[in-house]
Structures are given as C-alpha cells and as structure tokens.
Design a protein around this ligand. Structure first.
Ligand code: ATP
Length: 306
C-alpha cells in the first residue's frame, strides 16, 4: 500500500480560455492534516472537485487512496467530503439528519453517536438543525462526512465565515479527527487559520503550486529577517537607502527597518556590511536583531515570487 493518499501529476483543468488548475503536482502523505492554501480563485475547489470525481480534468493524472481518478467508485466509499455548505433538513435535529444518511447509506446507526462525539455535538444532537450556530452547522457537516468511516476527509474552506472562536474550534476538531488516524485535506484562503494544525502544506497561486512540504520546511526555507532601529528615527528612511545600496531588500515598518535574509549565507558578514555603511552615513544603529519570519511572510514571498 502506498504511503501517499493523494498524488497528482500535471493535473490541469481549463474552462474555455481560463485555466483554473495548471499542471498541479500534489502529494498528501498518509495520516497528516494537509492544508491546501491559496487565495480566492487559486484553483482549490476545482482541484478538490477533480479529486472527488465531480469535475473531469482536462489533462494530467492522479490517484486517490491508490486508485486512479478515472475510477472514482473504487475510492469514493473511503472518502468523506464537505465541499459546499452542507444541506440538512432545518426542522430535524442534528441526530435525525444523520439518521437520514445512515438509512440511505446503509451505515450502522451506532456511527451517529460516535461522529457526534468526535465533533463535540453530543449534547446538542437532539436540537433542531436550524437552532445551530454556523460553527455547529459546519461541525455537523463534518460529522456527516465521517459517518462512512472514511480514510480520507476532504474539506473545502470549513473555516469560511466563522468567527475567531469558531476557527479555533475547527482547528481543534481537525486535530482530533487526524488523531483518529484519518488523513485530512483541508483548503483555506488563509494560512494563519490552519498553520497551527497542518503537518503538511500545499500552496497554490493561479492554479500552480508554489510550495509543498512540511510546515517546518516552509519556515526553514529562509524567511528570517534583520530588524534594525536607528538612534534618531529621522534616519530610518536614509537607512533603507543605505541597505538597498548594499544590494539588499529593505522596507520600513513603523520605527524599524526590515531586511529579508532569504539567500544570505554569511549573515554576520552581511550585518557587518550594513553596520559599516550606516556608520559611513553617520547613522547610529541602536538595534540589530535577527527575527524569525512567520509562515505568513514566507507564503507572501512565495506567492510574490510566483
Ligand atoms: P475560492 O476560494 O474563491 O473558492 P478557489 O481557489 O477554490 O477559490 P476555484 O473555485 O477552483 O478557486 O476557481 C479557480 C478559477 O476557475 C477561478 O478563476 C474560477 O472563476 C474558475 N472556475 C471555477 N469553476 C468554473 C466553472 N465551472 N466555469 C468557469 N470557470 C470556473
């Protein structure tokens, strides 16, 4: 059995002249929470729909749970998905709504209690769906995707529209679900919403992949920066010019100047060069620090470069 739950090669989808997904090579290792990150229109939903056999690729190949994309019936029973807003009967309780699905899908009824427990709705299962908050509705949607005991759970923007508390709950839920051994592929247009919970990240921009790897690899890919401050704040703009004259990028952020260190091998030498050049211009530096970049910085620079 392969260790890759999803693997695509050159996956492409065109709608007329518009290329929604452009030669995407994507892998999702077994057992991870994989974040599929990209701005609105980057091609996430189209990719997920192709993986679920809802949209036919224009070209490229893919396997899901070791089966070819062209045979969705061989893998779909082992995939749970929440791609659009879940549709439930508003007047029925969460539990009764799930019962409709277990009946239709010939799924053992004991799964209802189990999945309500996983998504933290046990105490609210008897309440009508229409009385649920948006976050609870999303969680019921995930419960419904879990009913068939899938090996892979695919979620399209489950944090959309949620408030910060709902987003945090969704993160905790994803982690809990992953801890049961499931592989989760979850899309979002906001890296910050998912970075704490994802072990694996695939980032797309304009239908193309800009990064794939572990969260640690993304951070290690050189997003550190120098943070400089001058004794006299009026010197900050001149410092930006001095640093740029050294061939480096520099940007003023409030009372500091930020200098990305991507690609700099000899940080000490680089730092000494900037210090000398600043002294040469009679600028006194009172702070020189190396700050670790955030995942968000790294993402922005990858998308910018692409
Ligand atoms: P969002 O976060 O807004 O859902 P996304 O990353 O999921 O964005 P997609 O919905 O996959 O992006 O869309 C990618 C591109 O393909 C967009 O430019 C979109 O307008 C286009 N597109 C998607 N579906 C269709 C369709 N059925 N017909 C024509 N164009 C489409």
């Amino acid at each position: 059995m392969t260790d890759l739950v999803v693997e695509t090669h050159g996956l492409t989808k065109r709608y007329g002249q518009r290329t929604a997904v452009d030669g995407l090579d994507l892998t999702v290792p077994r057992g991870v929470v994989a974040g599929f990150i990209g701005a609105n229109g980057a091609g996430k939903t189209t990719t997920l729909r192709m993986l679920l056999g809802l949209v036919r690729p224009t070209s490229g190949t893919a396997t899901v749970l070791g089966h070819d994309l062209s045979e969705p019936s061989s893998y779909l029973p082992k995939v749970g998905a929440l791609i659009e807003a879940p549709s439930f009967y508003p007047g029925l309780s969460g539990e009764r709504n799930l019962r409709v699905q277990t009946t239709l899908g010939a799924i053992p009824d004991r799964r209802i209690g189990e999945v309500l427990d996983v998504v933290g709705l046990t105490g609210r299962g008897a309440d009508p769906y229409k009385s649920y908050s948006l976050g609870m509705k999303q969680r019921l949607g995930i419960a419904s995707a879990l009913l068939g005991s899938p090996e892979l759970l695919v979620l399209d923007e489950p944090t959309n529209g949620l408030d910060p508390t709902g987003i945090r709950e969704m993160r905790e839920l994803l982690r809990q679900v992953a801890d049961t051994g499931l592989t989760v592929l979850v899309s979002s247009h906001q890296l910050v919403e998912l970075e704490q919970v994802c072990d694996w990240l695939v980032m797309v921009d304009s239908g193309r992949r800009v990064f794939q790897g572990t969260t640690a690899q993304l951070l290690a890919a050189g997003s550190d920066r120098l943070v400089l401050a001058t004794e006299d704040p009026r010197d900050l703009d001149r410092l930006v010019t001095v640093v740029r004259d050294q061939g480096a990028l520099a940007e003023r952020q409030g009372r500091k100047v930020h200098v990305p260190l991507g690609g700099v091998e000899d940080v000490t030498g680089f730092l000494a060069g900037i210090n000398r050049a600043a002294m040469g211009e009679a600028i006194t530096l009172v702070e020189i620090a190396v700050a670790a970049g955030t995942l968000e910085d790294r993402y922005a620079s990858l998308v910018g470069a692409a």
